[in-house]
Design a binder for this molecule. Structure first.
Ligand SMILES: C[S@@+](CC[C@H](N)C(=O)[O-])C[C@H]1O[C@@H](n2cnc3c(N)ncnc32)[C@H](O)[C@@H]1O
Length: 404
């Protein structure tokens, strides 16, 4: 293709790319020329509808997302509209190539192409295909529909894509972590507590996945301080006719609950610490927690000495405080007798809050090495993390018992 193609040539080039069997995704983005456009970004990908290949366009506006599906012979109209908007860049991925179409302010078009070393797996969402994930998409699914994640045909709503991916990845972690425990060998139902359940995506999904897919009998209780989300969750549980799925409106840690597994996905700020403390008090065998926003240490960590250049900048202070908070949490769980590690549970594009604390009970409480590390951390940062308060007297006794 010539260096500065006409609009018709460009239309044909992009049409050929998105209708090619190897096509996997195209993103139209970058400041549009001229008047402000209604859409800030448009993403095209192949979908299979009623056995025929189509291209789905997801139009992202400031406050809404609209999706439309087009058969290959209808594609010229939406593509012409997109070219008229004049996005500065179009990035096209196929199984074998990455293509970049850049339009300069003066209207000059440059096309760059890079061949992939290894061809990627074909990426097409079909209505019949079952993906190898806990909650597959692309087929009618009552659970996903009731959750509001997918429409009646099983097509995941673009605004719910990130949550859908988070839940699937969380469930994968749950499945792997279950193998580290003997919970599936209990002669009773597993008791699961979801702390800060919100609109109960994870709660409903975990209940369904364990009971109906893995056939591991489990009861799940979701708690949240917000009575509106609890009402919504109860309504969803009713619509699903789910047995052993309950919700309570209250603060985490305010009731004596027996839990074999404690889950917390994005429980705000110190609510994560309360969830961790609840897991320890319940002697839960397994804890999976993905912390959310942190504020507690932000306010008290001082930008002093060698750390001054790092901590004087708000964003770097916040990130450091996040890491220090989670390091204290993981260490405190070790002290309380949990084998603990911290992993990235999902790619950053699905949520920037993607760090997961995984803890399996069994490791001997109060190991001297861990308590010594904890005291040293506290001294270095000059703070007392909220997790210490949440874990209370039993934890403080263990830490005190270690000679300095
Ligand atoms: C960001 S939402 C996450 C909801 C859900 N886990 C999810 O990932 O979709 C955090 C939820 O935690 C709840 N929450 C915050 N502090 C809480 C506390 N101390 N006790 C119970 N719920 C709390 C909020 O009401 C909110 O619904």
């Amino acid at each position: 293709m010539q260096k500065n193609p006409t609009r018709d040539e460009l239309l044909q080039f992009i049409r050929d790319a998105v209708t090619d069997p190897e096509f996997s995704r195209a993103t139209f983005a970058g400041a549009a020329r001229g008047a402000a456009a209604e859409w800030v970004r448009v993403v095209a990908r192949p979908v299979e509808l009623r056995g025929e290949r189509h291209v789905q366009f997801a139009y992202y506006g400031a406050k809404k997302v609209v999706t439309k599906n087009f058969a290959p012979d209808q594609i010229d109209e939406p593509l012409t509209e997109l070219l008229l908007i004049g996005f500065a860049g179009v990035h096209i991925s196929t199984r074998t190539e990455e293509i970049d179409v850049r339009t300069s302010r003066k209207g000059k078009v440059l096309i760059g192409r890079r061949t992939m070393g290894e061809p990627r797996a074909a990426e097409i969402t079909t209505h019949n295909r079952v993906k190898d994930v806990p909650l597959p998409e692309g087929r009618a699914d009552h659970l996903l529909e009731v959750m509001g994640v997918a429409n009646a045909e099983g097509v995941v709503r673009p605004t719910m894509r990130a949550k859908f991916t988070q839940i699937n990845e969380f469930l994968k972690q749950l499945t792997h972590a279950l193998d580290d425990t003997d919970l599936t060998k209990l002669n009773r139902e597993i008791e699961i507590l979801d702390c800060g359940c919100g609109s109960s995506y994870l709660t409903l999904a975990a209940h369904h996945y364990l009971n109906d897919v893995l056939h591991v009998p489990a009861r799940v209780l979701g708690v949240d301080v917000n009575d509106e989300v609890i009402r919504k969750s109860m309504d969803r549980a009713d619509r699903l006719g789910a047995v052993g799925l309950n919700f309570e409106c209250r603060r985490i840690g305010t009731a004596d609950v027996r839990a074999d597994i404690v889950l917390a996905l994005h429980a705000c700020d110190t609510a994560t610490d309360d969830a961790l403390a609840q897991a320890v008090r319940s002697e839960a065998k397994l804890l999976l927690s993905v912390p959310c926003c942190h504020h507690d240490l932000n306010k008290v960590i001082r930008a002093e000495g060698v750390l001054r250049p790092v901590l004087r900048h708000g964003i770097m202070l916040q990130r450091t405080a996040d890491l220090v908070t989670d390091a204290f949490r993981a260490l405190a769980l070790r002290i309380m007798g949990y084998r603990t590690d911290v992993v990235e549970f999902v790619a950053t594009e699905h949520t920037p809050r993607n760090l997961m604390i995984r803890a399996v009970r069994g490791g001997g409480a109060g190991r001297a090495e861990a308590t010594a590390e904890y005291q040293e951390m506290k001294r270095f940062w000059g703070v007392t993390p909220y997790i210490e308060k949440a874990l209370g007297e039993p934890f403080q006794q263990l830490v005190k018992a270690t000679p300095l």
